[in-house]
Design a protein. Structure first.
Length: 272
């Protein structure tokens, strides 16, 4: 008898999870959304003002690094993309940095010219700050100003959280680094049906797909009494894999964070 392929629990934020579920189902994989991160626009007036200032001054930076698709979409919300892209385009030379193809595609969808977008090549082993830095380091000169657009955790802070390694490399190269929070990340308001799904997924053979350590942290905080030594995880970065093993997941593998690579990894697990 051919073994049944595992159900995949997609833990990305809701709107991303829906897209991934549809893409995985297109590959013939049973996938269910179980969002472990909630994404929302920044709310505090001070955070909104900082974001608006960054938008108005975007042409003053040598480069703007967007940490994710969410960073792009919230920075360019309400058709800001067209307004920004039309600000004397011949004079604007600001580069837009993306750690992976999803972020790069989001930038182009928001009206940024492809020629202004930098990121790791499609065949890069990983899509992260380290891979991005290998591509953009030659652009930086002492005195350059770089803006990092990222998310704020709970509690939200003006500059947000994440990509500190990249900031350290920029500072060492003589660049001035600023941060702005374009969105907020927080734990969702979990419902009883989601709890039942999560607890079942700890031991029923489901495969947890983790794309961030923060999502894993929310799961552990949500179900502190749940054991995970019978659970299976597929992660999209070695650091997330390390966090999953530390949380007690005994069966953990990682792969590149593209739909095709994730689907291939899932099918490989099933075949073997």
């Amino acid at each position: 008898m051919v073994p049944t392929a595992p159900r995949v629990l997609v833990t990305r934020a809701a709107h991303d999870a829906r897209r991934w579920v549809a893409d995985l189902q297109h590959h013939g994989i049973a996938a269910t959304a179980l969002p472990l991160i909630d994404i929302a626009p920044v709310q505090a007036p001070a955070l909104r003002e900082a974001l608006e200032q960054a938008r108005r001054r975007w042409s003053h930076y040598r480069a703007i690094m967007f940490v994710s698709r969410n960073a792009v979409e919230h920075f360019f919300e309400q058709n800001e993309a067209l307004a920004l892209a039309q600000q004397a385009p011949a004079a604007i030379k600001t580069r837009c940095w993306a750690p992976g193809p999803g972020t790069a595609h989001a930038l182009q969808a928001c009206g940024v010219a492809p020629a202004l977008v930098d990121g790791p090549p499609p065949d890069a082993a990983q899509f992260d700050s380290e891979a991005l830095w290998g591509q953009v380091a030659p652009q930086i000169r002492p005195g350059d100003r770089v803006l990092v657009v990222r998310g704020a955790g709970d509690p939200a802070t003006a500059g947000g959280h994440g990509r500190n390694w990249l900031a350290a490399q920029l500072a060492a190269a003589g660049a001035s680094v600023q941060f702005v929070a374009a969105y907020e990340r927080r734990a969702p308001a979990f419902q009883p049906a989601q709890e039942a799904l999560a607890r079942a997924g700890a031991s029923d053979g489901s495969l947890w797909l983790f794309s961030s350590s923060e999502a894993l942290g929310h799961l552990l905080a949500w179900l502190p009494d749940q054991g995970w030594n019978g659970a299976h995880a597929l992660t999209t970065h070695p650091r997330i894999a390390q966090a999953a093993r530390a949380a007690g997941f005994a069966d953990v593998t990682d792969c590149r964070p593209t739909v095709d690579d994730v689907a291939a990894s899932i099918k490989s697990r099933h075949e073997h």
